[in-house]
Design a protein around this ligand. Structure first.
Ligand SMILES: NC(=O)c1ccc[n+]([C@@H]2O[C@H](COP(=O)([O-])OP(=O)(O)OC[C@H]3O[C@@H](n4cnc5c(N)ncnc54)[C@H](O)[C@@H]3O)[C@@H](O)[C@H]2O)c1
Ligand SMILES: O=C[C@H](O)CS(=O)(=O)O
Length: 483
């Protein structure tokens, strides 16, 4: 049940220019005690997206003119409020997205960590003073905010994927309009409520919620007052949005899909690799862009690896996210669980072997148990697509070269993982793998200090780290003459 969550957070469908605004056919959530806090939101539309962009443009200059220290103070107050309300925000997130409460609480901390990180980075938006080619001249370089930033985010991390962008945008002096996934609006609206309490000025942080993704997307990618667009979601949708951004030559960041290899070499610490796989595979029931998707195990250690892995997978507790000890929550919707079922069905028909799981809990259930397959081949769809479910798909290999070839055989390039205690092998393989991020003897790689992002068809741009403001600032070159 939704308990001790401020019912006012559930009252409306969009937050624009510091005001709670109902959409043309929106409805307020009148019964906050329901388990399904929100089934389908008919809220904002393209017209409201335009209102939000115009409001963001009107507010941005004053926000940018504030000293960085003042912007940083507001971001830190916002961060403190998120942490102060962590229990409520985590419950809200679990009830609308499904992940275990422990993971939801970790996501609130993760999202808030970007506010802290970029509050500090805001004070270090340094420029350059460059020796000029003539003694009576000077070259200066200054960094200025790009202006109005719009964004579209996914349902799997309804707090962190938004905060990872908003924190950087606001720190740089930009204003921000985000269309969030219609499946998970409440976490973003709760953040908007707390942003207002923290002193984020009206128009600087705006949340759009509605079913008209296409219509709102066209405004957020093409409106003349938009300076930059940032997307986190599937590669297929990212390509569409990228085309839309081209019409106005917008600055763009793309955080797209993945197909992460998880390689276990014979020289790995097998127990460490099993622990790492449980973390890299089953977070959010396998519904993360950096989840281990293809498990590649060196032939000679496969029996030991499997013997150590299976009992731990079978012991994972599948339950509703708000239940004590839940480790595997439900998948987001019927379409998602049917995709997992079809991938497994085709893999088994093509010769894969099932060791555990393999069938949803009941015909109308969104719960899919932790599943282990072996004898998966690279030509199977389950090895070529993002599974986005709690499925360990294991293939074997016989050489380092073969492992690298198999790992790189994808158009994606977001995250990869490998386990080896041989330092020479670690550096050889790290150099050879074509991914933006590598976990080496580590299954969880995401944190605010790191440059999160991919290559190839996983997108470009980096979120977090000392590079994180690059996508939200323009470099301006000043040539000072006549000195
Ligand atoms: N690289 C990353 O950091 C990262 C993080 C999380 C998720 N993802 C990826 O996101 C996908 C899962 O999330 P999803 O199912 O929400 O992805 P999705 O691409 O279907 O949707 C993402 C967002 O785009 C919106 N959208 C969909 N079609 C649109 C259109 N035509 N115009 C405008 N907006 C549109 C959706 O409403 C949602 O808000 C996976 O592929 C996952 O790998 C990537
Ligand atoms: O789904 C992809 C997110 O980026 C997950 S996380 O950043 O690894 O938490």
């Amino acid at each position: 049940m939704l308990t001790n969550v401020d019912a006012s957070l559930l009252k409306t469908c969009s937050f624009i220019n510091g005001q709670w605004q109902a959409g043309p056919d929106s409805f307020a959530v009148t019964n906050p005690a329901t388990q399904q806090v929100l089934l389908d939101v008919h809220g904002a539309n393209a017209d409201m997206a335009e209102v939000a962009v115009v409001a963001a443009a009107a507010a941005q200059a004053a926000w940018a003119a504030q000293p960085a220290q003042q912007r940083a103070s507001v971001l830190l107050r916002w961060q403190q409020l998120l942490l102060q309300h962590k229990a409520d925000l985590a419950l809200l997130l679990t009830l609308e997205q499904g992940k275990p409460l422990t993971e939801a609480a970790a996501e609130i901390e993760y999202g808030a960590s970007y506010l802290q990180w970029f509050a500090e980075e805001a004070k270090r938006l340094y420029g350059d003073l460059i020796p000029a080619p003539a003694s009576d001249k000077r070259i200066l370089v200054q960094r200025q905010p790009v202006g109005v930033v719009t964004a579209i985010t996914p349902w799997n991390f309804p707090n962190a994927m938004m905060m990872r962008k908003a924190a950087a945008a606001l720190a740089a002096g930009c204003s921000f309009v985000v269309k969030v996934a219609q499946q998970t609006p409440l976490s973003a609206l709760a953040c908007a409520e707390l942003a207002q309490q923290a002193g984020v000025p009206s128009g600087i942080f705006n949340v759009l919620v509605g079913t008209d993704a296409q219509g709102m997307g066209e405004v957020l990618t093409q409106h003349p007052k938009v300076n930059k667009f940032s997307f986190t979601g599937s590669t297929a949708v990212g390509k569409k949005l990228l085309q839309q951004c081209a019409t106005g030559v917008k600055r763009v960041s793309m955080e797209l899909g993945g197909n992460a290899p998880f390689i276990v070499f014979a020289k790995a610490d097998i127990e460490q690799a099993v622990t790492g796989l449980l973390a890299a595979k089953f977070r959010n029931a396998g519904q993360t862009c950096v989840c281990a998707n293809r498990i590649l195990v060196e032939e000679s250690v496969l029996p030991d690896f499997l013997a150590m892995l299976l009992p731990k997978v079978k012991a994972l507790k599948m339950a509703a996210g708000e239940q004590e000890g839940a480790q595997i929550g439900p998948l987001i919707d019927e379409k998602a669980i049917q995709k997992v079922e079809q991938l497994i069905e085709k893999a088994l028909a093509a010769g894969a072997v099932l060791h555990c799981g393999g069938q949803r809990q009941a015909a109308d259930s969104l719960f899919y148990p932790a599943t282990v397959l072996t004898d998966v081949r690279a030509d199977m769809e389950i090895a070529q697509q993002e599974i986005f479910g709690p499925v360990v798909a294991i293939s074997s290999f016989n050489s380092e070269a073969q492992a690298i070839q198999l790992a790189n055989a994808t158009e994606y390039g977001l995250a990869g993982y490998f386990y080896s205690q041989d330092l020479a092998q670690v550096f050889r393989v790290a150099d050879a793998l074509q991914f933006g991020m590598l976990g080496i003897n580590e299954g969880i790689i995401s944190n605010a200090a790191a440059p999160f992002g991919g290559i190839k068809q996983s997108g470009y741009g980096r979120e977090g780290s000392k590079y994180g403001l690059d996508d939200y600032t323009d470099l301006k070159y000043l040539y000072l003459g006549g000195l």
